[in-house]
Design a protein around this ligand. Structure first.
Ligand code: IMP
Ligand code: MG
Length: 186
């Protein structure tokens, strides 16, 4: 059962709030340096819901004008394993043709979602598309995805917190951790 005190359900903390913020400041500085001479607007496309905390912290570290857009894409059911198909539940609001797109994702696991989305975006003819993911699980990859900005590579463990959920819970933890096995048991 999920406790009211979510910290009680965590077996170990993998990245503290401070570690996350430090990495996000580095990613923001790198993106700022890479796009400082760009003539076209930057569109940061956040993939809801998992990337929402990362998105809002990252855009504050990009010291350039940023246009916001969001998509909802889902390759997961309610559990911990992928279904392999990608559904777009909310599309882009803006025409991205000729723009610089930075796709902001929480985690790239099998790569299914991002592989699909990258092709989807490229059909809309942006000037450039880069991918920024807070986490990557390379050992789980079934399709190749180039990640232009990657926060941390992580081993094959199911993570929660800082946007990542288990059955829609734990997204609002300020850190990233691994759940105790008994939380999955019921
Ligand atoms: P992919 O299509 O297999 O790369 O899966 C990407 C999506 O799966 C992510 O955007 C997450 O929503 C979800 N996901 C993958 N690994 C984890 C995890 O460890 N915890 C929570 N969600 C995960
Ligand atoms: Mg996601």
């Amino acid at each position: 059962m999920v406790s009211k005190d979510m910290d009680q359900d965590i077996e170990k903390v993998v990245f503290t709030a401070d570690q996350l913020q430090k990495k996000i400041a580095e990613l923001g500085a790198q993106i700022t340096a890479d796009y400082k001479d760009a003539e076209e607007d930057i569109f940061c496309v956040g993939i809801l819901k998992g990337a929402v905390l990362f998105y809002t912290d990252l855009v504050r570290q990009i010291k350039l004008p940023v246009n916001f857009d969001f998509m909802i894409a889902s390759s997961y059911g309610n559990g911990t394993s992928t279904s392999g198909t990608v559904k777009i539940l909310k599309d882009l609001d803006y025409d991205i043709e000729g723009k610089h797109l930075i796709v902001i994702e929480d985690i790239i696991d099998s790569g299914t979602t991002m592989h699909y989305l990258k092709r989807y975006f490229q059909e809309r003819k942006p000037k450039t598309v880069r991918i920024c993911s807070l986490l990557s699980k390379p050992s789980r990859r079934t399709v190749d995805v180039d990640i232009d900005y990657c926060g941390f590579e992580v081993p094959d463990e199911f993570l929660v917190g800082y946007g990542l959920d288990y059955a829609e819970k734990y997204r609002n933890l300020p850190y990233i951790g691994v759940l105790k096995p008994e939380v999955y048991a019921d």
